[in-house]
Design a protein around this ligand. Structure first.
Ligand code: FE2
Length: 372
């Protein structure tokens, strides 16, 4: 028996968000872990409060418990590449390489790192159009909707990501603009992490779209985060504008094995509920492999199809904008939600988070594995 309590936090979006109580991570029984795992796969984003003293080692061990055969950090060593768009955003904890430091501002010392300057990703560095400078404190955007995944080589998408809020600057509210002619906007706490459910995204598709999604696979670009380093995003953060600005394949690092290019199902199955999530990293899609063997390789067409499938699922009423407090430990189902950094901090607003995920020990469970 476990004493852990699970309380859904979004009455209209029960599958996004739950608060767990009575959790003692230093003494976690198998029954306790079963409750946590079930909560994760039913609510997809779960929070345990007051975990500011959790060590990086304990964070990595908890994260590994969801996938005991997982070994290395989710991106392996691929973020070391200076041209990778992820390179500036992540600093590795020297004594616990599965754990990364992210945040904003100057930190004199933390976990063996000295005099580090963290930079909260800002849409100005990634979007084709930007919010004017003089409105930057009041308005913001989704920076980049994504799955935490290398999407290349032998590194399968991590099952679970954990995020610990060590330091959170005093909050204010920003208005998030979609800026896509929809008029959509959303009030968000400063520096929120936005989550959208892939299950809702899938459930709301038409019968024809569902059939298409269940039968199709996405081919991701080789060295995906170098490939898009010269390209720019749509204003809703949901994929790239097609204007032929990607790094040409010849200028990418060598592709050692053709099999390093990842081709993954569009729909990933939840191991507990059995539901399918529409689960695509929209920025780094390159081709769509259809059920009958044909391949759509026109990049603009591929992106437009993916955007058409995903955009309804990030409507303002479907987004869970997490309101961070210091000590919050959030675990999310990285095979069932997409998420985005949000917000613009001032230089003096210091924020420090620890992120951990591990390359999956197996590929996501797709429809063919289920139907076979
Ligand atoms: Fe992420």
């Amino acid at each position: 028996m476990s004493a852990i309590t699970v309380e859904p936090v979004n009455s209209l979006k029960a599958e996004l968000g739950a608060l767990l109580g009575n959790v003692d991570l230093d003494n976690l029984s198998d029954a306790d872990f079963d409750v946590i795992r079930n909560a994760l796969y039913n609510h997809n984003v779960i929070c345990i409060k007051n975990q500011g003293n959790l060590t990086p080692k304990a964070q990595a061990e908890l994260t590994r418990r969801f996938d005991p055969k997982a070994l290395s950090y989710g991106h392996g060593k691929t973020i070391d590449a200076k041209r990778s768009i992820l390179h500036p955003d992540l600093k590795t904890v020297p004594h616990q390489p599965e754990v990364q430091i992210i945040g904003n501002g100057f930190v004199a010392e933390y976990e063996g790192l000295k005099n580090i300057t963290l930079k909260h990703p800002h849409h100005r560095s990634f979007h084709k159009t930007v919010i004017p400078e003089d409105q930057d404190l009041d308005y913001t955007r989704f920076y980049r909707w994504h799955i935490d995944a290398a999407l290349y080589g032998k590194l399968y998408p991590p099952l679970v990501t954990s995020l610990l809020a060590v330091k959170v600057p005093a909050g204010r509210i920003q208005t998030l603009l979609y800026d896509d002619n929809s008029g959509d906007e959303l009030q968000v706490p400063l520096g929120t992490t936005a989550f959208a459910s892939g299950y809702t995204m899938f459930a709301r598709l038409s019968p024809e779209q569902k059939e298409f999604v269940l039968g199709s696979k996405i081919e991701y670009a080789p060295h995906p985060y170098v490939w898009i380093s010269t390209a720019k995003s749509r204003p809703d953060g949901l994929g790239i504008v097609s204007e032929d600005k990607e790094v040409s394949i010849d200028d990418l690092p060598e592709i050692e094995r053709e099999s390093d290019i990842q081709i993954l199902p569009m729909a990933w199955q939840n191991p507990v509920t059995g539901k399918f999530a529409l689960q695509i990293h929209p920025s780094v899609v390159r081709k769509i492999h259809l059920h009958d063997g044909r391949i759509i390789d026109d990049l603009k067409e591929v992106r437009d199809i993916v955007h058409g499938l995903q955009r309804p699922g990030i409507a303002p009423e479907l987004v869970y904008a997490f309101d961070w407090k210091e000590g919050d430990l959030v675990l999310f189902n990285n095979h069932g939600v997409i998420h985005s950094v949000v917000g613009a901090f001032g230089l003096d607003e210091v924020r420090l988070f620890r992120q951990c995920n591990l390359a999956g020990s197996h590929p996501p469970l797709g429809p063919s594995a289920v139907l076979a």
